[in-house]
Design a protein around this ligand. Structure first.
Ligand code: NAP
Length: 490
């Protein structure tokens, strides 16, 4: 018997009166012949990249089945564990609709690369999409980075957002000054959480344990340090505006850092222009009376320092914890956003009791069979197709690197899904039926792994929401995987 080709649909399946528009994605209108099996597709990771990929596949192929594997017990990845609690995202509603589709299944508590390998998934499915994000942080690679009191911003964010692996972090906030390294949005997120009056966080889903520590915090000053200048900051205007207006705090910007920038505004693209205008106003303009009074009363302060690159974390005299940071003074070579920092040879030491390194996230390789570019921290791919591995795809941060907001990941994931569906149409995916989850379920069971279903998650979700209601929060997150399993009767 000739092998069957996975051409599920043909443009001929479209109504003849209206040809498909050029470049359009395959439509849910296509039909399967009776003997054909729906394509079995697997997505690894249930953050925004995974869910948006699944959503697009289900929408644009009327028969496709999608299984989402997730290493955490619970879904939603960065939306649950990465986004600041005072910036709630409403995308979980859409993701829940996707997960509830009868052609989609969520399997939490499955670590791909450990419990099941990528080759095993590729055997079981017609296509595998890797959407597992960037679960690591970029290290600074400087002496003293391992001292107590130095944390990656990623771990700090995981701590206040209830990521199980970070729940014991309990940072010591008994110092006066914190230093945040990096000028991105994550840096501003952690600065804001450190300085926001705790009573404002009480109505968010921040964990009660971290709120308890933040209530006791003695941190009065937060410096946010960048190796380049005001024209190269990576944070965006909304996040900067929130800092400028943060109750109980005042900004500390040195007007000397902004000399000459006024004249360059007109040549800047609009987002950079608006951001620079806000920096300039905050640094150089005298605030109106009410704002001046607010700042004068503020008990906490934050400031931006420019042209300073971290060189060494300085230990306390007993060597037991961080006591300061040595920064290399830099100057810029080149112009505009692409100018780079070179050390001048001078250094500056600043005392601090807490260092949060916020210089970016990093993806990890998942499986030796999957190509990985360690320098860029991405899976080499062409428009989401993993190079030299037919039937393997990637989307989100592991595809393009750890940049961009959730909407960027949505577009990126839709494009990967589109590429996959085009390959399906072109007959480029493996022919013949595939067992899909049935085969993986048997493998996992033989290895003692018990996945969590989406309805299991919905029970945990209900528990979290009900615990949150007692204190007026949207939810109180469960932090301990053992407790989650107990609640599910495991
Ligand atoms: P990011 O935007 O890439 O910023 C990283 C910062 O670290 C940059 O200022 C970078 O400086 C600096 N840096 C990198 N390597 C360094 C080194 N070796 N020494 C000193 N500084 C170094 O990364 P992120 O803040 O982690 O954010 C990740 C993505 O998530 C971004 O796209 C961000 O916009 C997004 N995000 C968005 C929100 C939001 O929308 N509210 C919140 C959080 C995150 P250089 O520019 O000089 O390299």
């Amino acid at each position: 018997m000739a092998p069957r080709c996975w051409r599920w649909w043909h443009w001929s399946a479209w109504p003849r009166t209206r040809p498909p528009p050029a470049g359009s994605t395959p439509s849910s209108r296509r039909l399967l012949s009776a003997q054909e099996q729906p394509p079995q597709i697997c997505v690894v990771g249930s953050g925004p990249a995974g869910f948006y990929t699944a959503q697009h596949l289900l929408k644009h192929h009327a028969q496709a089945r999608v299984d989402i594997y997730e290493k955490q017990l619970v879904p939603f990845g960065l939306v649950r564990f990465g986004v600041a609690p005072d910036h709630p995202e409403n995308v979980t509603h859409t993701f829940t609709q996707t997960a509830r589709s009868d052609r989609c299944a969520f399997h939490g508590n499955v670590v791909v690369g450990r419990d099941v390998t990528v080759p095993e998934l590729r055997e079981a499915y017609h296509a595998v999409v890797l959407s597992y994000g960037a679960e690591d942080h970029r290290a600074l690679g400087i002496p003293g980075e391992e001292l107590p009191g130095v944390f990656s911003a990623r771990a700090f964010v995981g701590w206040y957002n209830g990521l199980p692996e970070n729940r014991e972090l309990a940072p010591d906030l008994s110092c006066d000054t914190a230093m945040i390294l990096g000028h991105g949005n994550v840096a501003l997120d952690v600065a804001r959480i450190l300085l926001t009056p705790p009573e404002q966080l009480e109505k968010t889903d921040i964990t009660e344990a971290s709120l308890g520590i933040l209530r006791q915090s003695r941190v009065k000053t937060v410096w946010i340090v960048g190796r380049r200048g005001p024209l190269q900051v990576a944070f965006t205007i909304k996040e900067l505006r929130e800092m400028v207006q943060l109750p109980g705090t005042r900004p500390m910007l040195d007007p000397a850092d902004f000399l000459g920038l006024q004249d360059r505004l007109k040549e800047m693209p609009r987002p950079r222009k608006r951001l620079t205008e806000l920096l300039l106003r905050t640094a150089t303009e005298k605030p109106e009376r009410e704002e001046a009074a607010r700042r004068a009363e503020a008990s906490r302060a934050w400031g931006l320092r420019f042209l300073r690159s971290p060189q060494q974390v300085l230990p306390s005299p007993d060597g037991q914890r961080v006591a300061g940071i040595r920064l290399a003074v830099t100057r810029l070579e080149g112009v505009g956003e692409t100018a780079w920092a070179v050390p001048t040879g001078d250094t500056e030491d600043l005392p601090c009791g807490l260092v949060l390194s916020s210089v970016g996230y990093k993806s990890r390789p998942i499986d030796p069979s999957v190509p990985f570019d360690p320098k860029l921290g991405v899976i080499p791919n062409t428009e989401g197709r993993v190079v030299d591995v037919p039937g393997l795809y990637c989307s989100g941060w592991v595809k393009r690197g750890p940049t961009g907001v959730i909407a960027t990941t949505m577009t990126d994931s839709f494009l990967t899904s589109q590429a996959l569906l085009q390959d399906l149409e072109a007959g480029l995916l493996p022919a013949g039926p595939r067992p899909g989850h049935a085969a993986i379920e048997a493998l996992l069971s033989s290895r003692g792994v018990r996945p969590i279903s989406f309805s299991d998650w919905e029970k945990l979700d209900a528990t979290e929401v009900s615990r949150g209601q007692r204190t007026g929060k949207p939810r109180e997150k469960l932090l301990d995987p053992q407790e989650m399993l107990r609640l599910l009767g495991r």
